[in-house]
Design a protein around this ligand. Structure first.
Ligand code: SF4
Length: 414
């Protein structure tokens, strides 16, 4: 894990990021985490941080509230747990181990790529990322990546579509390769990006080589697939299942996660794995034990149904956890999820941000409530940095959003 300790791009263990509630360490798991190690990780987060743990939209595990003294102690504790984390560039692969739907074992390639990039000490930009999508049950198409490998079935067997700088819909296709070529091809692309400079990204490689979507017509995009959401039951090879649950607004206290892991262990699960879309997968479980785990997880406040409205609200810690917070973002988000009907549709409906920095969701949202000196700023179809169209006192926000005063959030948005 030395590479991860040395890097510091997305904040790793030894170069945690400064945030409004102290230092934040981010781990990108490269494999499922043994439940005993997961419990040890939570205990270390509780002992050395403020106890708040998050799973990001990209499936990274974030530990908040560290400080310059406790961060090295936390890093030592994690190193002792021998958790397999990405050593250098974050490589996101299919999060379900033993996924019968996967066409290619993406995890083996992702791990090898992470190790190889660490060994070469490529001087890559901090935010470089790679997605290796074996075509499994869970969708990785929504994740942006500098380099994307996406498996698809062909008459010659499974192949990887290679694309640069985008998500599944927007990345520019650059070729189709056999699975055996994937490691070398991805490493060559990372090396080529590094050669363009320490801040270069996948888009710079396209620009330098004058590759556009039109010019890359010989390498078509893979056909989009209707894939499963992470929340719920997922079959694994051998007849077992994984159960995916969500962390409300992407966070939970270390204590709750330790209790969840103990419940899963009692139900014979052996591993936990953070997954994209702020989810945590537990497995392997029998169907009956998955149901029992789900029931107890729900009692602890975890999200066990994909239609839970908290899945469609993004919120940062806000006040008082974050010193920059001007409103209690997560507390308000919980009230909104409980009391206000969300508009129909899928994806993020609402972003509640403690301040204009918008850490939790840099992209535009249909509706953003942002903390300002003048109260809750309301922004339609913009980011937290946009100018609010109106202001509401925090104590009046729920009433203003309720159907009695406005039909739905869409009405406020109008
Ligand atoms: S957006 Fe939220 S987490 Fe980020 S600095 Fe502002 S209050 Fe803190």
């Amino acid at each position: 894990m030395s590479g991860a300790y040395a890097r510091g791009a997305c904040p790793g263990l030894t170069a945690p990021m400064v945030t409004g509630d102290g230092l934040l360490a981010r781990l990108v798991p490269a494999a499922p985490i043994r439940l005993d190690a997961f419990i040890g990780l939570c205990a270390a987060a509780r002992a050395h941080g403020n106890g708040t743990m998050e799973i990001s939209a990209r499936g990274s595990l974030q530990i908040r509230g560290l400080n310059p003294v406790s961060a090295p102690l936390f890093a030592e504790a994690v190193a002792a747990l021998a958790i397999d984390i990405c050593e250098s560039v974050p490589v996101i692969a299919d999060p379900l181990p033993g996924d019968p739907a996967a066409l290619i074992d993406a995890n083996a390639i992702a791990t090898a790529l992470s190790h190889a990039a660490a060994e070469r000490m490529l001087p890559l930009a901090p935010k470089i990322s790679v997605v290796v999508d074996g075509g499994g049950r869970l969708d990785l198409d929504t994740l942006f990546a500098d380099i994307r490998l996406r498996a698809a079935a062909t008459s010659e067997g499974p192949r990887f579509h290679v694309a640069l700088a985008g998500d599944g819909a927007s990345a520019t296709p650059v070729g189709i390769i056999a699975p055996g070529e994937a490691l070398d091809a991805a490493l060559a692309l990372l090396t080529a990006i590094a050669e363009l400079g320490p801040e270069a990204r996948g888009a710079d490689l396209l620009r330098v080589h004058k590759v556009t979507g039109a010019r890359s017509g010989a390498a078509p995009r893979p056909v989009p697939q209707n894939r499963a959401q992470a929340i719920g039951l997922h079959p694994l090879k051998g007849g077992a299942f994984a159960f995916g649950l969500g962390l409300a607004f992407g966070h939970a206290h270390a204590e709750a996660l330790m209790r969840l892991a103990a419940i899963a262990s009692r139900n014979d699960a052996r591993w936990a794995r953070p997954a994209p879309d702020r989810a945590l997968l537990l497995g392997p479980l029998s169907e009956a034990n998955a149901t029992a785990t789900s029931r107890e997880a729900q009692e602890l406040g975890f999200i066990v149904e994909a239609r839970d409205p908290r899945r469609r609200i993004v919120a940062c810690p806000g006040a008082p956890a974050c010193a920059q917070g001007l409103i209690a973002a997560r507390a308000l988000a919980a009230e909104i999820a409980r009391d206000v009907p969300l508009p129909g549709g899928q994806g993020v409906a609402l972003h509640v941000s403690g301040c204009a920095k918008g850490c939790a969701h840099p992209a535009p949202a249909p509706l953003t409530i942002v903390g300002t000196e003048g109260g809750c700023g309301v922004i339609a179809n913009g980011t937290a940095r946009a100018a609010p169209v109106r202001y509401i006192e925090p104590r009046e926000l729920i009433a203003a959003l309720r159907p009695a005063s406005r039909n739905t959030l869409e009405a406020v948005n109008a």
